[in-house]
Design a protein around this ligand. Structure first.
Ligand code: CA
Length: 696
């Protein structure tokens, strides 16, 4: 196994680059704290999730630029052979790509050729798929001293030998009896591997943990919300937080999961983490009597050596709308009001773009980057949002915007120090209907959340009259807190962003198009049809003096959650890894995936209207999350196209787990055979409706 970078072997032009590249990353075993701190001056590699500790996702490479972009072509494509969503940021270390697919499977790929070097499947139990909120996704690995670290969907943290893919150690980071999962990428801070978890939709308590990279031993764990007071509080910060909760909050877990953003500032020696929504969503169920419910929907700053909380900033006090603050955190030094400020920036789900002082947590500024109705503004001295009176009516339904998927979700944003702009994927979906399921109980997805898609009260017409949702790429000036340019997409869902010194911004869309924009004005310069929807961000790197661009394409994840008709084209398809370079001439021969016409129902249902209605209600509770609203192609198979064979085995599949190996969980513990048949009748009625010729 040779990791020596080609650029170190070939005495070519660009000796300076050659020397710089070799000095710092001669061997993967030597990727240490110093290499990571200097990652910015090592553009041949992409060593960390956000490329550098500040996670700006900006590359100084400029061989691919606004002039040469027309020559950018596909170099190779590697099919991963499944149809689940991909969200990972690939890391690139001396010509080797380390990335993840669905079910937390890790791939090491030769970046120049696309040849697989090794794969590692952590063996996640696919029969537990029901407890994952948003598909079997994973956002990538961390790399340190010759090892690759991955968090598995079932809550383990694993260290693999980067050369062989052999497991070095593995540890369980969660209580496996509870519905925890991991989808986020681990981060590295001074010899520790940092990891959080997900599961606030199912009823868990959030925390972030630090493990020794060498042994896998737990060094510290910091909870984000208080647990049962009778067991004692873990820290002063948690004791303080408990004063902002009421009732028996711990019984629902509390939430506040750190499922994505964790960044480290080596200079301040602080770890920053974004915390998630409350569990359950509704403040009246979670903490009757109110309270801010610290540290939900917050940015928290922790001392790296022991995890002690130094400061916190809550973006959405008393969250009631699934407004997580887990969205990507980005560090920068900006000139604001005549002085240089060390800032941390975030565009959380709630629709405000925040700039905070990252030394003290002091609020600097916040402005809306999307249409919002849940708040009327921000108190300029405290940074506290001014909640709109229409946004909350106890447990009664309200219209509110953004929707629970947020004005911005996990899709990484990028910052170019050349333009001073943050390039931000935005979802402008103005409203949603909201009502809790009062039969809430932990561990069953669909009962801890509350988009009541069965709602047919007076707010429905108001909702239907709202403007259609829009997806955008926004170039945001974080100093002026204003958009400099925006591009309206033909789709609502767009993916993570990369900015480069070539005056380019790259972003993929749910319709499968990878697009390059000019960073200064948003002009569309180049596009490529990736054959399936894109969510993951591209990365760029250099081998033997040649610049490459790589990304994971695969439609699923949270795109599967929000796929009602009319939200713009989406393209389900097979997952793959794509790599581009100037003068690349490969063509994508994607296996055919799409249905060629409307469904032809395999069977005709003679169920009564009442049974179909019951089936719809059950479908909306247990099935829509993966198979789509109204049974229209979600992340997983479009059930309207189900074959007669599958229909004949329907009960076995739904109640006895006959397709568990494919990730279809068993619902035998929550559904009766009669209820399963009602769901089947509803699916058949949807197939019949969809097969009818469109009305003119
Ligand atoms: Ca959530």
């Amino acid at each position: 196994m040779h990791f020596t970078s080609l650029s170190c072997l070939l005495p070519l032009l660009g000796m300076l680059l050659f020397v710089a590249g070799c000095e710092r990353t001669r061997e993967p075993a030597r990727i240490d704290d110093i290499s990571l701190a200097r990652a910015d001056s090592d553009p041949a590699n992409w060593l960390m999730y956000g490329r550098t500790y500040d996670e700006q996702r900006f590359s100084p490479l400029d061989e691919i630029n606004e002039t040469t972009i027309a020559r950018l072509g596909l170099l190779w494509a590697h099919e991963l052979g499944d149809t689940r969503g991909l969200e990972a940021t690939p890391l690139v270390v001396n010509g080797a790509i380390f990335t993840t697919g669905s079910w937390s499977v890790v791939y090491a790929i030769d970046a120049a050729t696309g040849q697989i070097r090794w794969t590692y499947d952590p063996g996640v139990d696919r029969t537990r798929a029901r407890i994952h909120c948003c598909d079997a996704v994973n956002r990538g690995v961390a790399f340190y001293r010759g090892k690759v670290f991955v968090g598995s969907l079932d809550g383990r943290l694993l260290a693999l030998d980067a050369a062989t893919g052999n497991r070095v150690w593995e540890t369980i980071t969660v209580d496996k009896a509870k519905p925890y999962s991991i989808t986020g990428a681990p981060r590295i801070a001074r010899g520790m591997v940092l990891i959080g978890n997900a599961g606030a939709e199912m009823g868990v308590r959030g925390y972030v943990s630090a493990y020794d990279e060498e042994t896998g031993k737990l060094i510290w764990r910091t909870y984000t919300v208080p647990g049962d007071p009778s067991l004692g509080f873990e820290s002063e910060a948690i004791a303080e937080a408990a004063k902002t909760w009421s009732g028996r909050w711990w019984e629902g877990g509390g939430g506040g999961t750190v499922w994505d953003a964790i960044v480290y500032d080596p200079e301040l020696d602080l770890v920053y983490a974004g915390t998630g929504n409350g569990s359950p969503w509704y403040r009246d169920l979670r903490s009757p009597g109110g309270g801010d419910n610290l540290y939900l929907s917050s940015i928290i700053a922790l001392r790296a050596n022991d995890g002690t909380q130094v400061w916190h900033f809550q973006t959405t006090p008393g969250d009631n709308w699934d407004f997580t603050a887990t969205q990507p955190l980005m560090l920068a030094d900006l000139e604001i009001g005549g002085r240089r400020r060390k800032v941390i920036m975030q565009a959380p789900k709630n629709g405000f773009f925040y700039v905070l002082d990252r030394v003290s947590g002091e609020f600097i500024s916040a402005k809306p980057f999307a249409s919002i109705t849940w708040a009327t503004g921000i108190d300029p001295s405290t940074g506290r949002p001014i909640e709109s009176p229409t946004a909350y009516d106890g447990l009664n339904p309200v219209l509110a915007s953004p929707d629970p998927s947020g004005a911005h979700n996990w899709h990484p944003m990028a910052f170019s120090p050349l333009t001073g702009l943050v390039y931000l994927p935005v979802r402008d979906r103005t409203t949603f209907l909201h009502r809790p399921d009062r039969k809430w109980r932990p561990s069953v997805f669909g009962r801890n959340i509350g988009i009541d898609i069965r709602y047919d009260g007076p707010l429905l017409q108001e909702w239907l009259s709202q403007p259609p949702p829009v997806g955008r790429l926004v170039a945001w000036d974080p100093v002026a807190q204003a958009a400099r340019w925006t591009v309206d997409h033909p789709v609502l869902m767009s993916g993570g962003v990369l900015a480069t010194a070539g005056n380019l911004v790259f972003q993929g869309l749910s319709d499968g198009m990878l697009v390059a924009y000019r960073a200064t004005d948003g002009a569309k310069l180049w596009k490529f049809d990736a054959g399936t929807g894109i969510m993951a961000p591209p990365v760029t790197y250099r081998i033997a003096n040649k610049q490459y661009l790589t990304l994971m394409v695969g439609w699923g994840g949270d795109m599967g959650l929000i796929n009602p008709p009319g939200l713009g084209p989406v393209k389900p398809g097979f997952a793959r890894v794509l790599t581009f370079a100037l003068d690349g001439t490969a063509t994508l021969s994607a296996p055919v995936f799409a249905h060629s016409g409307p469904p032809r129902p395999a069977l005709k249902t003679n169920a009564t209207a009442a049974t179909i209605k019951e089936g719809r209600a059950l479908y909306d509770t247990f099935c829509f999350n993966c198979h789509g609203i109204a049974a229209v192609a979600g992340a997983l198979p479009d059930l309207r196209y189900m074959t007669a064979g599958a229909h004949s085995r329907f009960e076995g599949i739904v109640l006895r787990g006959e397709r568990q190996s494919l990730g279809m969980p068993s619902f035998g513990d929550v559904l009766t055979p009669g209820q399963a048949r009602a769901i089947q009748s509803y699916i058949l009625s949807r197939a019949a409706e969809s097969s009818a010729p469109p009305r003119r």
